[in-house]
Design a protein around this ligand. Structure first.
Ligand SMILES: [Zn+2]
Length: 493
């Protein structure tokens, strides 16, 4: 009896100390810094003659009427259905609605390479300025209505910006704030804490869960013992943990109980030559991916293990595409939001990659890229939960929001249909977050988190870039105005 009482008290203590704010907050009162971006105020809105890609992977619904009732989706009416009274009507002819993107690898920072020159040389240390001003606007402008920060460098800044967005004082998407990178010894990032041991990993997770973060991410130099302690503490608090791994292989992490693995199949080191337990390899997974052809016995065994253990995989193709010479298009609308310095750094990098495209190393990486596309398809076909995110980390070709759209285009390049690719970037993310009953698809009763583009992404996936308006909790924000407000700013703040 006494034990039971103590256990109950302990449970209460955990419940009251866990200050985790929910990812989806109630609709806010919109403050003076948010109001100027409102294009369609909340209300009873009927958008007629609209094509709807609902996020489930189903074929588009043509000539539908979308009813929005304040913060919720009221109904999707088929062509010719009678319009109920009391709605403000808008004409969606030639336009397509999709669920808001649920970005699952969406940072709030830029990585600066001090004194970078045209040869690619830069000086240590790498520094990571926060993009707390520009990133939330870029995400929302490009259709991202919910995002995971997937590793925070300034977790207090990310937590506070989430709180301000939820209150309607700042503009941006709903946020799942990830704790600081759970990194081991010998990190190149001077702003990261380096875990000392398993107990330090447990304490770090406990502290940041108490501060309100809602997810965790293990990083490249973590040990198996530290990862195990972090997983156990996160799970004790009903929080999920992902990893961008290197020192720990994918099979090891799956056995330890990790929930998600970042970067598709790019950073698994299980077949890297000279792999030592708990040590990252200098090749950081490329030899493993080159060796792991889709459908090979090694690939089949790994994918079976991941699916059996319910480990999700986050596809982050835009950041890897940048290492394949001239694979990424140069998008003038995206270039316009970079600072001149960030644009110059990107163009240096892009030119060097293009010049080296015929080297053996570049060809090997191009093979790795092709293998990854096939493995992501195989993983999804085997029943694995594939998630999507861009990983914007200071490569000027991978910009918040723009690169979330590019990720969907690259999933189509991998062989998914446009409707499947959109599902991976919307409903699958919502499913992972445990929010699929509220967001991730366009259905009556769900939150009105969706965006409308010109054209038909089901026929031409790049139409996903032609965003007109982004609804979050039933309020329609003007994409162009948001982008204009961060012109020339990404890379600075
Ligand atoms: Zn990342």
């Amino acid at each position: 009896m006494k034990y039971r009482l103590l256990a109950a008290v302990a449970a209460l203590a955990i419940a009251s100390s866990a200050r985790s704010a929910p990812v989806l907050a109630p609709p806010p009162e919109l403050g003076p810094d948010v109001q100027p971006f409102v294009h369609i105020p909340a209300g009873r809105i009927a958008i007629q003659h609209l094509r709807i890609i609902d996020g489930t992977g189903a074929a588009p619904i043509e000539d539908a009427t979308l009813l929005i009732d304040a913060a919720k989706i009221g109904a999707v009416l088929p062509a010719g259905a009678a319009l109920p009274a009391g709605y403000r009507t808008l004409d969606g002819t030639g336009e397509t609605a999709m669920p808001g993107i649920v970005g699952m690898h969406n940072h709030m920072f830029y990585i600066a390479r001090p004194n970078l020159d045209a040869s690619g040389h830069f000086e240590d240390p790498l520094v990571v300025p926060q993009m707390t001003f520009s990133a939330p606007r870029l995400y929302l402008a490009n259709g991202v209505t919910t995002m995971r920060t997937t590793g925070s460098v300034e977790p207090y800044a990310d937590l506070n910006v989430k709180i301000e967005i939820d209150k309607g004082r700042l503009i941006g998407p709903h946020m799942d704030v990830t704790g600081p990178y759970l990194e081991g010894a010998n990190s190149p990032f001077i702003q990261m804490h380096q875990l000392r041991d398993a107990e330090d990993a447990r304490r770090t997770v406990a502290f940041w869960a108490d501060q309100g973060v809602t997810s965790f991410k293990a990083y490249m130099n973590i040990t198996r013992a530290e990862l195990k302690a972090a997983i156990d503490e996160a799970h004790r608090r009903h929080l999920k943990i992902t990893g961008h791994l290197c020192s720990v292989t994918y099979p090891e992490a799956a056995q330890l109980g990790i929930d998600d693995l970042e970067h598709g199949f790019f950073v698994n080191t299980e077949l890297d030559p000279g792999k030592q337990p708990d040590k990252c390899t200098s090749t950081v997974g490329t030899p493993t991916l080159v060796a792991m052809k889709p459908g090979s016995p090694e690939a089949n065994a790994l994918i079976k293990l991941l699916v059996d253990r319910h480990v999700a995989i986050t596809s982050t193709l835009p950041v890897f595409e940048q290492s394949v010479g001239l694979h990424a298009p140069l998008n003038p609308r995206a270039m316009a939001v970079l600072t001149p310095e960030a644009r110059e750094a990107y163009l240096y990098n892009r030119n060097r990659t293009a010049q080296r495209a015929t080297t053996a190393q570049a060809q090997q990486f191009a093979q790795a890229f092709r293998n990854d596309l096939g493995l992501e398809r195989q993983f999804a076909a085997a029943g694995g939960l594939l998630l999507a995110g861009p990983d914007p980390t200071g490569n000027g070709g991978v910009i918040p929001g723009f690169a979330d759209q590019r990720e969907i285009e690259l999933l189509v390049e991998a062989g998914f249909t446009p409707a499947e690719a959109i599902r991976i970037a919307t409903l699958n993310g919502a499913t992972y977050l445990g929010l699929a009953d509220r967001i991730g698809s366009i259905a009556a009763g769900k939150n009105a988190d969706l965006f409308i583009v010109n054209g038909n992404p089901a026929a031409n996936i790049s139409d996903i870039e032609k965003v007109i308006v982004v609804f979050k909790d039933g309020v329609g924000y003007e994409s162009a105005k948001l982008l204009d407000s961060v012109r020339g700013r990404y890379g600075q703040y």
